[in-house]
Design a protein around this ligand. Structure first.
Ligand code: GTP
Ligand code: MG
Length: 178
């Protein structure tokens, strides 16, 4: 068999953060990008934000163009337009919010409707640091992820747990598929 073609480090992988308002999409991206957690009052994202990041996977640079979407219902039609040419989707719920977890099925239905069929999907249960207010057990997240055949992790945008790992796992998968 011929050797696999070298990975093109110039490729830009469009990666989108989705999930209900308040699950921590913006916080997760700020933690990944700047290594910090902005506490204080919650300000919902309006429209959409873009952050470019380069992740190193086995000595190879993988460029991620990360779009932070607004979870609020009134911005949904804007988000749909971004699904079509997305290469990866990080789908978040908040482990302290049952409704955000229950809505994951609806998010996946939308994703399957608007995104490419080969889009890389990763399910994240965020706010893992808030154990005393946990409403969704880890195994419930794992089971849902298994049902849809997507990888799953619990993250904390506050402590940084698994944040780097989640984006790196996505980058690894994108590199393999490119
Ligand atoms: P929209 O922009 O409306 O879609 O919301 P979002 O998903 O971007 O949520 P955002 O990152 O703004 O976080 C919502 C609230 O949850 C903020 O008050 C954050 O400080 C808090 N938060 C986010 N992630 C975490 C986390 O991992 N742990 C804790 N304890 N709080 C978090
Ligand atoms: Mg936001």
């Amino acid at each position: 068999t011929p050797p696999a073609p070298a990975y093109n480090e110039e490729l830009e992988h469009k990666t989108i953060l989705v999930g209900d308002s308040g699950v921590g999409k913006t916080s997760l991206l700020v933690q990944f990008d700047q290594g910090k957690f902005i506490s204080g009052s919650f300000s919902a994202t309006v429209g959409i934000g873009l952050t470019n990041k380069v992740v190193t996977v086995d000595d190879t640079k993988v460029k991620l163009q990360i779009w932070d979407t607004a979870g609020q219902e009134r911005f949904r039609s804007v988000t749909h337009a971004y699904y079509r040419d997305a290469h990866a989707l990080l789908l978040l719920y908040d482990i302290t919010s049952k409704s955000s977890f229950d809505n994951i099925r609806a998010w996946l239905t939308e994703i399957h409707e608007y995104a490419q069929s080969d889009v890389v999907i990763m399910l994240l249960g965020n706010k893992a640091d808030m154990s005393s207010e946990r409403a969704i057990r880890r195994d419930e997240g794992e089971r849902l992820a298994r049902e849809y055949s997507v990888p799953f992790m619990e993250t904390s945008a506050k402590t940084g747990v698994n944040v780097e790992l989640a984006f790196t796992a996505v980058a690894k998968e994108l590199k393999q598929r490119a």
